[in-house]
Ligand binder design. Sequence first.
Ligand code: AMP
Length: 111
Amino acid sequence: MSTLFTKIINRDIPADIVYEDAHVVAFKDIEPQAPVHILIVPREETEGLASLPDEGDHTYILNAAKKIAFEFGLDKSGYRLVFNQGEHGQQTVPHLHAHLLGGRQMSWPPG
Ligand code: AMP
């Protein structure tokens, strides 16, 4: 069974895709929490950060985030990269993804 995000990756349901490479597809969040809010999603289905294999190089997610932030002109002003994991993390889609948020001043601590 494929996740919502796999359906987006496969173009079965529409999304505003802004970046893709061999490992990830990135698209605009449907409910943006900042002027720039992009989801970076590995093509391979993994439920979340907790189930990412110990072995292997996962820096492709960070590399994509860095490139997309640059493309959206956030590299100087700054941005936030968030992984929500499980119940306390308020993860709602069980397919690993990073939220890239920028274009406004963030606050801390997060809600
Ligand atoms: P999370 O709560 O960390 O699992 O993040 C899931 C994110 O997916 C939320 O920010 C949602 O707004 C976003 N989302 C849900 N459905 C879609 C969709 N069809 N297209 C784009 N973003 C979506």
